[in-house]
Design a protein around this ligand. Sequence first.
Ligand SMILES: Nc1ncnc2c1ncn2[C@@H]1O[C@H](COP(=O)(O)OP(=O)(O)OP(=O)(O)O)[C@@H](O)[C@H]1O
Length: 228
Amino acid sequence: MKILDVEGLTFSFRGAKKPILNDVSFKMNQGEIVGVLGQSGSGKSTLLRVIAGLEVPERGTVTVAGKTVVNHKLFVQPENRGIGMVFQDYALFPHMTVKDNILFGLNGMSRSERKARLTEMLELVQMTEYAKRYPHELSGGQQQRIALARALAPKPSLLLMDEPFSNLDADLKGEIREELRLILKAANMTCMMVTHDRHDVDAICDRSISLTEEKSRAVEKVKVLVHG
Ligand SMILES: Nc1ncnc2c1ncn2[C@@H]1O[C@H](COP(=O)(O)OP(=O)(O)OP(=O)(O)O)[C@@H](O)[C@H]1O
């Protein structure tokens, strides 16, 4: 089943001469983990932001789990797109415990459903005994796992991760990469991950797409590189 379908996506920042995303098209199947590679400034984060609904494209269509979320006449708000996001700095709420961070965003569920989902998420990321801690009492890798649990808790169709390893030291990175792949596969989550590090892609992703720039600085069509 197709979870993400991006067709002819074009986006320019206000006042810019050329689009930063120019006619970008690709698809993702259920459960696929896809890396987004490209040089600094090539538009990787912007692509994620447009898909998430944090930016409005000039042209193009984005369809998530069969539902069009943006086209020339439609714009679905970010919170209604069924998309989870994990940012570079994890963006955990510092004044909330691990438990409350994960429960945040589960408002539509009954009390017992929320409790069950919390338990399930803590088990998935193996952080059950940390439920009462605050973010500053956790290591970088543990904070990343909680950010992941919080993003997965509302059962999004698609997870977007922007440079999820940039805050981790090199030793931890290897361990966390393996762990992240296992968690995503266990949840059968479809995930798009921005990274500038090809090693991340090799260790975690099923394949990658690459944003390429011509000398004109116009972004070319996405090239799909299939790994393995
Ligand atoms: N709000 C903005 N207004 C104008 N230009 C912007 C804005 N945000 C980003 N840009 C520019 O758009 C381009 C793409 O930015 P983006 O953050 O998507 O790149 P990236 O590929 O994720 O880069 P990096 O790997 O360095 O994070 C950059 O040249 C950046 O300077």
